[in-house]
Design a protein around this ligand. Structure first.
Ligand code: ATP
Length: 409
């Protein structure tokens, strides 16, 4: 880096007190000229600093533009196989093409053999990606023994029976299917409004069958890098096989399995590829042994029918908002450890909360407890539930729960 120019010495004026007025005038003149020289020199330095600043500003603009293009351009993923003086040998994911590519000075120190890197159309490395295991860990939630039990789920008895039949029986009693000569359902699709217990059911089945619960959100499968989504799908099934017995739970499956629209952007094509990978993993499912797959969606209407074909998600189970009886049971479950006043009546509360999901009923109980705490009481009263209800309804953004108007205080 170039150093900044040093400042010129400041001229000093030395006048001999014994000197004549002429001599003093001449000394002053000399000093004035010296000052003028310094002034000129400083002007020149200032000008050159200004030019340098202008150059730097242009460089910043250029880097910003480059950064923008990097952020928006589609990049491919590759693994670094070897590093030598000529550059890096990389293997592109998806097509396994091997290429020797130069590595710029900036990246040379950061790239190591085995790294995953993002490359552009000309195979030039644009950046080093996070450790694969990190990326995997971020995208998947793995729980060796989830703590949810069947009894923690309120209502949904019939739905739970269906899920158990499709998921638990093939895991626990595979011979039965062989004896009868039927294939167990491949995948179970739970659909219904948010917060109704879909994830809970999947966790409970995993717990009660001693299977590992592996959750992946569909939105995690929609990746920005080409080939990355399908790789995560492969990872997901590979991990499940390693951990078997295992239950794969894909939440928000609509993110990768929505019906194709007419738009043909590269993002859509990538989502499509991920979905194809998912379907092909499911098609090769029979040989997988003790792995069952459950998916969930709030947007059943958006799904591509390809995923609902026999051998794929061929067991559809609707999980609706709880009815009166289920609401009573859910309230009972979530107030189990609470110190309730005599007057708290589940039946009244349940009839007042028509249209609430299980998750909303849970927050109603928590909020009621908070009101009691704020009031310095250790007992939760009916009034706390009323206050909690008002708070939840008011904070609900869309106000779409049907029964607010019918709530009687
Ligand atoms: N039927 C239920 N019984 C008891 N608790 C429930 C029930 N439904 C929901 N809950 C409560 O709501 C929370 C969220 O439920 P869950 O995650 O299972 O919903 P979901 O249907 O998977 O929602 P989403 O579609 O938003 O993923 C649960 O942890 C639980 O506390």
């Amino acid at each position: 880096m170039s150093r900044s120019p040093s400042l010129p010495d400041r001229p000093t004026l030395e006048v001999d007190p014994e000197s004549t007025p002429e001599e003093r005038l001449s000394a002053l003149k000399e000093h004035f000229e010296e000052l003028q020289d310094v002034h000129e020199e400083l002007e020149e330095q200032l000008e050159s600093v200004r030019e340098k600043r202008e150059d730097l500003r242009e460089q910043v603009d250029e880097l910003q533009r480059e950064n923008e293009t990097l952020k928006t351009a589609s990049l491919y993923i590759a693994t670094v196989e070897d590093l030598n003086e000529d550059g890096a040998v990389i293997k592109q994911h998806g097509n396994n093409q091997e290429v020797l590519t130069e590595v710029g000075d900036r990246l040379r120190e950061r790239v190591e053999i085995g790294d995953r890197v993002a490359i552009n159309d000309s195979f030039s490395i644009q950046r080093v990606l996070d450790d694969e295991t990190d990326a995997r860990a971020q995208a998947m939630e793995v729980d060796q023994s989830p703590s949810v039990e069947y009894d923690d789920i309120g209502g949904l008895e019939e739905k739970l029976r269906e899920v158990r039949e499709a998921v638990e029986d093939p895991l626990v009693n595979p011979e039965q299917f062989e004896k009868v000569g039927v294939e167990p359902p491949s995948g179970v699709l739970l659909y219904g409004p948010p917060g109704t217990g879909k994830t809970m059911m999947a966790k409970a089945v995993a717990n009660e069958t001693d299977a590992t619960f592996i959750k992946m959100a569909g939105s995690e499968l929609v990746q920005k890098f080409i080939g990355e989504g399908s790789r995560l799908v492969r990872d997901l099934f590979e991990l499940a096989e390693k951990e078997e017995p295992a239950i794969i739970f894909i939440d928000e499956i609509d993110a990768v399995a929505a019906e194709r629209t007419d738009s043909k952007t590269s993002g859509d094509a990538e989502v499509q590829r991920t979905m194809m990978q998912l379907l092909s993993e499911m098609d090769g499912f029979d040989e997988r042994g003790d792995v069952r797959i459950i998916a969930a969606t709030n947007r059943f209407d958006m799904l591509d029918s390809a995923i609902l074909r026999p051998g794929r998600f061929d067991r559809l189970i609707e999980v609706p908002n709880p009815d009166q009886e289920a609401r009573e049971r859910i309230l009972e479950i979530h107030t189990e450890g609470m110190n309730l006043a005599e007057a708290v009546d589940y039946e009244t509360l349940a009839s007042k909360t028509e249209g609430f999901s299980g998750a909303e009923l849970e927050s109603l109980t928590t909020e009621a407890g908070m009101f009691a705490i704020r009031d310095g009481r250790d007992e939760v009263k009916m009034q706390d539930f009323d206050d909690a209800y008002t708070k939840i309804v008011e904070s609900s953004e869309d106000g779409s729960m049907p029964s607010y108007a019918s709530y009687v205080h």
